[in-house]
Design a protein around this ligand. Structure first.
Ligand SMILES: Cc1ncc(COP(=O)(O)O)c(C=O)c1O
Length: 399
């Protein structure tokens, strides 16, 4: 039996820590999802989601993990044989590609070393060469949770615009939403895919598609079969604040509360907080003399930091030491990075002292696991956190 003598430190990059306020908001009797009281909740969360995605268009809320929303983006707009362009930026791009292939899409993949964002110049060259417009969609992962490398969706949109290419732009922002700056409408995203258990600070179980008018038109024209994921049934009934099937009622209470918390802090302050925590964590990694997985400062993730362990050392053995000694879960290396890297999640409901506790646990764990490193990472992070160049958190809340 595991005994917790205080809070477990859940520092994986999702699911993230759920605020007590959100837990209390969920702790409600389940209500009749076809009754009048539910519609109020339904309207509130649908409108709130539009504000978080920064869109005036519909946001679809599914009772599913993020994988469902990946599938929904594909089955609503694409048919077997359609060509799509993707960049293999990491394990989550690999998994999304797997879904696309199961639905018999013709996937052209741009490989990367998993240490950079998507190669936007190569995407642009492919689009420019595609004079017959065979490519129906470009799919990118905004915050690649396996590598901590960001692909900036606006740069991909600009590549589409420069080449005058009509392909849909689909963005997986599952670990980006509500942690990294995100503008569904202003950036010209056609489908944004997100999940509840990361920056949204909710338990796993909800996922989202934000859609553009162009994506809606593509889905109307698309004859591929789908039922559960169909946007149109959902959007039609959402107008009354209800859902075509039983929604995850108590998670919707939680969603309403989480949106309130994000808006009390102010989304821009949320993004700035994540930036600071990313910078402080990278300062610690540098002081430890360890290597970041992400090699391009333009792509450093504000939401998590993936760290290479030196050759001959096993990242999972180190994580085990940290868990057993300090009751802290760090993210495992995924796919190609299995055993070679660990990931520090610093997204969602998180503050400076939680970060200091996290980095202290990492530094002590490096010592105990005998991973070669220098000391001083925690002190280096403290120096970054002391430079308060953003609105102090307490002030932000009351402003
Ligand atoms: C970037 C990204 N995409 C997709 C997924 C898959 O989401 P889920 O595990 O909720 O199905 C994850 C999960 O961690 C993710 O981080």
């Amino acid at each position: 039996m595991t005994v917790h003598t205080g809070r477990h430190f859940l520092q994986i990059p999702g699911p993230t820590n759920v605020p007590d306020r959100v837990l209390r908001a969920m702790d409600m009797p389940t209500l009749d999802h076809r009754g009048p009281e539910f519609a109020e909740l339904g309207h509130a969360v649908l409108a709130g989601c539009r504000r978080i995605f920064r869109t005036k268009q519909p946001v679809i809320i599914y009772p599913s993990s993020g994988t469902g929303a990946w599938e929904a983006a594909i089955v609503n707009t694409l048919s077997p044989g359609d060509k799509v362009l993707m960049a293999e930026t990491g394990q989550f791009a690999v998994l999304w590609r797997g879904i696309a292939e199961k639905f018999k899409l013709d996937v052209e993949i741009l490989p990367t070393d998993w240490r950079h964002g998507a190669p936007v110049d190569q995407i642009e060259a492919k689009l420019a060469a595609d004079r017959l417009h065979k490519i129906k969609a470009v799919l990118v992962v905004h915050n690649e949770t396996s590598t901590s490398c960001v692909t900036h969706p606006l740069e991909v949109r600009k590549a589409l615009n420069r080449t005058n290419h009509p392909a849909l732009l689909m963005v997986d922002t599952i670990s980006g939403l509500a942690s990294l700056e995100y503008e569904h409408d202003a950036w010209g995203i056609d489908i944004s895919v997100a999940g509840s258990q990361k920056g949204m600070m909710l338990p796993p179980g909800l996922s989202f598609n934000a859609v553009s008018e162009k994506a809606l038109a593509a889905s109307k024209a698309n004859t591929a079969l789908r039922s559960y994921w169909d946007w149109h049934d959902m959007i039609a009934i959402n107008k009354q604040g209800t859902f075509p099937y039983t929604p995850a009622t108590n998670l919707l209470y939680a969603l309403k509360e989480a949106i309130a918390m994000l808006e009390e802090e102010g989304l821009d302050n949320v993004f700035a907080r994540h930036q600071r925590h990313g910078a402080a964590t990278r300062a610690a990694v540098k002081a430890w003399n360890l290597e970041l997985v992400c090699l391009d400062p333009h792509c450093f993730s504000p939401a998590l930091t993936a760290v290479m362990v030196p050759e001959g050392h096993d990242a999972d053995a180190f994580r085990k030491v940290v868990l057993e000694n300090f009751d802290m879960s760090l993210g495992t290396g995924l796919g190609n990075l299995k055993g070679k890297a660990f990931r520090i999640g610093h997204l969602g409901h998180f503050n400076d002292l939680m970060l200091m506790g996290t980095l202290s646990g990492v530094e002590m764990g490096l010592d105990l696991a005998k991973v070669p490193h220098r000391g001083g990472g925690v002190v280096a992070a403290m120096e970054v956190l002391k430079q308060r160049n953003t609105v102090p958190m307490v002030k932000a809340a009351v402003a």
